[in-house]
Structure formats: structure tokens, C-alpha cells
Design a binder for this molecule. Structure first.
Ligand code: FAD
Ligand code: NAP
Length: 338
């Protein structure tokens, strides 16, 4: 079941050419444990892979890539909520559509996010004011060093803004095998994000009385109008996180750039990284087959199938420029491997 020198180009949405020294596609717990044992015996590093939409391959992977392909989805009625239990290899967007087609609300704002369910808790996926943690209940994961199963509650996951324990204290320690969500019956639409609100005002005379499916369709339309489809233009979504800055930095920047796009988060401010990159003149620029998307400057694209080094080189140039111009640090959102 272990393959060698496997081409990863079709398995990452940036379409970077790279190979995995060893590769295993796992469909159940037993296969996963066997793959982990194989890696332990040879002291190989492990890359758990879902849809490959939030990684940057900077070279060949000198270890074992474990492609999570476990399937299964159950819906169960509990008092006041519907519980969804999904195996890690299920497609995220398909799960969202499965719920809205049954008139279940809660996931509609997260429509069209690429990737698989097992990766959703890693960065607590979010869009249009909704995050995974809003409906998350618990997950099950295998501990990589021992092969033991462990359950994580929402508290255990320590979700934050595009963040979780799996990016911190538990980084590289677990492979998620299933995720459980609860969608409460007392659902209320969340449609105050400007781009979504504007679309609904134009197409539905506002958001009143809309179903989850109608909102999902609006989210899909808004996303399709500005985000590149990875099948056509390879990309990894937002390449940088939106930086959080203190009030003093925000006041300085707002004084220098009155049009700055920023949102209050407690005592701090979240800056729209896309605005900073656009303002610095990067939107639409191309360099060695890689570039900055012309409709959303936060997205780096790879239409010329450039190398990982070319993608990370462009990201570094942009981050250096933003630091020089605005005194703000940009941190990549996708994880670099190896
Ligand atoms: P992968 O890229 O395969 O993996 C991502 C990380 O998770 C890696 O570190 C990997 O090792 C780890 N991982 C994957 N599966 C497991 C597992 N089962 N157990 C343990 N670790 C695992 N993200 C958002 O939050 N909001 C958005 O709106 C959004 N829009 C996007 C739009 C586009 C066009 C693209 C290309 C990306 C977008 N993303 C967005 C980023 C990405 O889709 C999400 O982060 C998604 O959850 C990644 O899923 P994946 O299966 O592709 O993960
Ligand atoms: P957008 O609507 O043009 O908004 C630009 C930025 O402003 C976003 O990053 C968003 O932050 C922030 N923002 C807008 N309205 C806000 C509000 N009312 N309160 C707080 N913050 C606000 O963004 P977009 O690029 O088209 O993306 C739309 C949504 O999809 C966003 O939520 C974005 O995060 C998500 N998305 C994520 C990825 C990814 O790879 N991570 C890729 C594509 C889209 P937030 O990012 O914090 O929401």
C-alpha cells in the first residue's frame, strides 16, 4: 500500500511540481496505523494531506505523505440540533451543500472552501464572519507517535483566528480521522459582511427570510466573482493572514492612509492584508510564471506552474515590501513543506 516517488503536482492546488519519497492513501483506521508504523520503523517525517489547498511544497517531500481518504457522513437528530459526524476524507464543500439542501443552517457562509473535513479544524476555517468553531462539537484523531486514538473537545482544540492547537502545542502530533459538528435548530442568518450583504441587497432585496441554501448560493456567487478557481488558475487561497496590530499602530497607519481597511478586534485592529498588498502596487503583477491575482491581491497564483521556490520568493518580496512601506509583518497562511 506504500508507493514511492509519487507525483504531488495534481494533489496541491498551487500545482507545484514535487514528489513524495513515500506515499500512502488511507481509507480506514487500520491502514492509517499501518502507514504510521511504516514511518516509525524508518524514522520518516509525516505530511498528512487532504485536498492540498493550504500547503506550499518548497521541494520534494523526504518522508511519508499520508493522503486522508476516509469516507462517511452521518446525520443524527438530537434535542434542538442536528449532529453531523464526518470522516476526515470527506469534501468540505460537499458537506456544506448536503446540509443546506436539507434546510439545515450554520455552514452556508463556509460554502466553496476547498479541501477536506480533516483539515478544517487545523486553521479553524472561516469566511464571511463564520468560523468552523461556531458549529464544532468534537473530533477524533490518531496520535502519530503512539497510534492511539484521542478525542478533542472544542476547548481542547483552542480555536483562534485561523488557528488551533494543531498549529501550536499539538503541531505534527495528530492525524484527524473524524469531525463532529452540531447545527442548532434556532439558526439565524449571518449576512452582515459587506460583500455578501451587497450581493443580497442587489439580488434578493436584502437578507430577510432567506434559506441557508439561498445564502450558500450567494456566497458561491460572490466568491466566484473574485477568487480564482484552482482548477483553472492554481492558487492556495489567501496567501497571508490578516495581521493584527495594536491601537497605536492602527492610528499611525490610518493617519498616513485614511482609506486603510481595518476592523476592531477587542483592543487591537485586524488589517485587510489584501488592501496593503494592493496599495503597494502588487495586484495583477506576474514574475516567472507566479503572480498576484488581479481581482484579489491577497491570493498568489501559479498559472505558469512555477516552483515552490518561485512562489515563496514572491511571497517574501511582498512581505519585505509591506514591512518597508507600512511597518507591518505579513505571515503566510499556508504551511510550507518540507
Ligand atoms: P491541506 O492543504 O491538505 O492541509 C492543510 C494543513 O492541514 C497541512 O498542514 C496538513 O498537514 C494538515 N492536515 C490536512 N488534513 C489533516 C488531517 N486529517 N489531520 C491532521 N492534519 C491534517 N480557508 C479558509 O479558512 N477560508 C476560506 O474562505 C478559504 N478559501 C480558500 C479559497 C481557495 C481558492 C483556496 C485554494 C483555499 C482557501 N482556503 C480557505 C484555504 C484551505 O481551503 C483551507 O485551509 C482548507 O481547510 C484546507 O483543506 P485541505 O484538505 O486542502 O488541507
Ligand atoms: P473581503 O470580503 O474582500 O474582505 C476583505 C477582508 O476584510 C477580509 O479578509 C475580511 O477578514 C475583512 N472583513 C470584511 N468585512 C469585515 C467585517 N464586517 N468584520 C471583520 N472583518 C471584515 O474578503 P475576500 O477576500 O473576498 O474573502 C471573503 C471571505 O472569505 C473572508 O472572510 C475571507 O477570510 C474568506 N477567504 C479566505 C481564504 C483563505 O484562504 N483563508 C480565501 C478566500 C476567502 P476575514 O478574512 O477575517 O474574514
Amino acid at each position: 500500500m506504500i508507493e514511492t516517488h509519487v507525483d504531488l503536482q495534481p494533489l496541491n492546488t498551487l500545482a507545484i511540481a514535487a514528489r513524495a519519497e513515500f506515499f500512502a492513501r488511507v481509507e480506514n483506521l487500520e491502514q492509517l496505523r499501518e502507514a504510521l508504523q511504516f514511518a516509525r520503523n524508518r524514522k520518516l517525517p509525516i505530511l498528512p494531506l487532504g485536498g492540498g489547498s493550504n500547503i506550499v511544497l518548497t521541494g520534494h517531500y523526504p518522508g511519508l505523505v499520508i493522503h486522508q481518504d476516509m469516507r462517511g457522513l452521518e446525520l443524527e437528530r438530537l434535542g434542538g440540533a442536528t449532529q453531523l459526524t464526518a470522516a476526515a476524507g470527506e469534501n468540505w464543500h460537499r458537506l456544506v451543500m448536503h446540509t443546506v439542501e436539507r434546510d439545515l443552517g450554520g455552514l452556508e457562509n463556509l460554502a466553496l472552501i476547498p479541501g477536506r473535513i480533516g483539515a478544517a479544524p487545523i486553521q479553524n476555517i472561516g469566511a464571511y464572519g463564520v468560523e468552523l468553531r461556531d458549529t464544532f462539537h468534537d473530533l477524533q484523531a490518531v496520535h502519530i507517535p503512539t497510534g492511539e486514538l484521542r478525542e478533542f473537545s472544542a476547548d481542547d482544540c483552542r480555536f483562534g483566528y485561523r488557528d488551533s492547537v494543531f498549529k501550536g502545542a499539538a503541531r505534527d502530533q495528530y492525524i484527524i480521522t473524524r469531525v463532529r459538528l452540531r447545527l442548532p435548530d434556532d439558526w439565524r442568518a449571518r449576512v452582515d459582511y459587506p460583500a455578501l450583504k451587497q450581493y443580497l441587497d442587489e439580488h434578493h432585496e436584502g437578507a430577510g427570510g432567506l434559506t441557508p441554501a439561498e445564502i450558500a448560493r450567494a456566497v458561491i456567487a460572490v466568491r466566484n466573482s473574485k477568487l480564482p478557481d484552482p482548477q483553472q488558475i492554481p492558487n492556495a487561497g489567501s496567501f497571508f493572514k490578516n495581521p493584527l496590530v495594536d491601537a497605536e499602530t492602527y492610528r499611525r497607519l490610518k493617519g498616513e492612509h485614511p482609506e486603510l481597511v481595518a476592523f476592531a478586534v477587542g483592543d487591537n485592529w485586524k488589517l485587510a492584508a489584501g488592501w496593503l498588498i494592493d496599495r503597494a502596487g502588487w495586484r495583477g503583477r506576474r514574475c516567472d510564471g507566479v503572480g498576484v491575482h488581479d481581482r484579489q491581491a491577497l491570493v498568489l497564483v501559479n498559472p505558469g506552474r512555477g516552483t515552490g521556490a518561485q512562489v515563496t520568493g514572491l511571497a517574501r518580496q511582498i512581505a519585505d515590501d509591506i514591512r518597508t512601506r507600512f511597518g507591518v509583518e505579513l505571515e503566510p497562511e499556508p504551511r510550507y513543506y518540507p
